[in-house]
Design a protein around this ligand. Structure first.
Ligand code: VGL
Ligand code: ZN
Length: 204
């Protein structure tokens, strides 16, 4: 059990658009809800993240001429996958899955709100420089150990876990409560990247 003041459960992007029927549906995305609700009982600090893009966000294929979802583009900050429009601020797609327990969360961190920069990680936007403030929040609360779950394993979970490990947190990803998009081998690459950065992987 992880009932400790130094441990936090970070629940990444369990939103309708990442669940079956959503705009950027992750296969089996809704299957993470029950295990995540169960897990919350073992944590005294719970943080939810919410992908929260303005209309016309630069990560949307629809914001670029002659581009389709899943094409790559070069942004000022580097290569970026283009996505279907998803998690638009205030839309039903951006809402948490209706069965996700949200009552005990201390913090809901919204990310991807800057029109010009995508943000997979809960810590830094995709320019790898703009901080979300989550590091300071966790440190000020004395949290040193993080358990990450949610969607999608190979994008937001991966980048959040690797950034957290680089920042010196003790990080575990529990794959039993994660699901992947798996675009061109991105899941295998994500697992390798997390392992290389000393992220503990459970449920593989
Ligand atoms: C995500 C792609 C675009 C995620 C968010 O939550 O993994 N993936 N926006
Ligand atoms: Zn997004």
């Amino acid at each position: 059990m992880d009932i400790s003041v130094h441990h936090a459960l970070i629940i990444i992007d369990v939103q309708n658009d990442f669940c079956p029927g959503g705009a950027l549906a992750v296969p089996g995305g809704d299957a993470v809800v029950a295990p995540i609700n169960q897990m919350q009982q073992a944590f005294s600090h719970i943080i939810l993240t919410q992908d929260w893009h303005p209309v016309g966000h630069s990560s949307f294929a629809s914001s670029h001429d002659n581009k389709s979802p899943y094409d790559m583009v070069e942004m000022p900050y580097g290569p970026q996958v283009l996505w279907p429009d998803h998690c638009v601020q205030g839309s039903d797609g951006a809402a948490f899955h209706k069965d996700l327990e949200t009552v005990r969360a201390d913090l809901i961190l919204r990310k991807g709100t800057n029109r010009e920069i995508d943000s997979y990680s809960a810590f830094f936007e995709n320019d790898r420089q703009t901080a979300t403030g989550l590091e300071g929040y966790l440190r000020e609360r004395g949290i040193i150990s993080l358990r990450l779950v949610g969607l999608a394993t190979d994008f937001c979970v991966r980048y959040s876990a690797v950034d957290a490990a680089k920042l010196g947190f003790d990080v575990t990803v529990d794959l039993s409560a994660c699901r992947a998009i798996d675009l061109d081998g991105s899941l295998a690459e994500a697992l390798e990247d997390m392992r290389r950065h000393n992220v503990s992987i459970l449920g593989a």
